[in-house]
Each structure stands twice: as structure tokens, then as C-alpha cells.
Write a protein that binds this ligand. Structure first.
Ligand code: SF4
Length: 53
């Protein structure tokens, strides 16, 4: 699968995930926080995630 070498990702439940080698297939993703102030990596998310069917 063609993927973006600049976006490594291990979220294999996402429909944009390249399962062969753990990358994202999108050209660009949106990263965001789900707390008003982010204090750790757990406060951040990939907002481009979409559940695989
Ligand atoms: S959209 Fe986000 S979660 Fe989905 S494969 Fe790309 S980087 Fe990973």
C-alpha cells in the first residue's frame, strides 16, 4: 500500500493505516488535543482517524 513516509502510525483500527509497515496513507493529518491544556502525550489525538469498516 502507498503510504506517507513522514507519518508513522500504529493505529491499525484506522481505515487510513498502512498495515504492511505501520504508516499513514494520508497526505496530511490533523493532530489535536482533547484537554484544554495538554500535559502529556495521552492528551493528544489524531483527528483524521476514521474507524475501519
Ligand atoms: S489518520 Fe491518523 S490514526 Fe489514521 S492512520 Fe493516519 S495517522 Fe494513523
Amino acid at each position: 500500500m502507498k503510504h506517507n513516509n513522514s507519518i508513522a502510525c500504529t493505529v491499525d483500527e484506522c481505515k487510513y493505516h498502512c498495515k504492511e509497515d505501520n504508516y499513514c496513507t494520508l497526505e496530511k493529518i490533523q493532530v489535536a488535543k482533547h484537554e484544554s491544556v495538554a500535559h502529556s502525550v495521552e492528551c493528544t489525538d489524531c483527528n483524521s482517524f476514521e474507524k475501519e469498516n
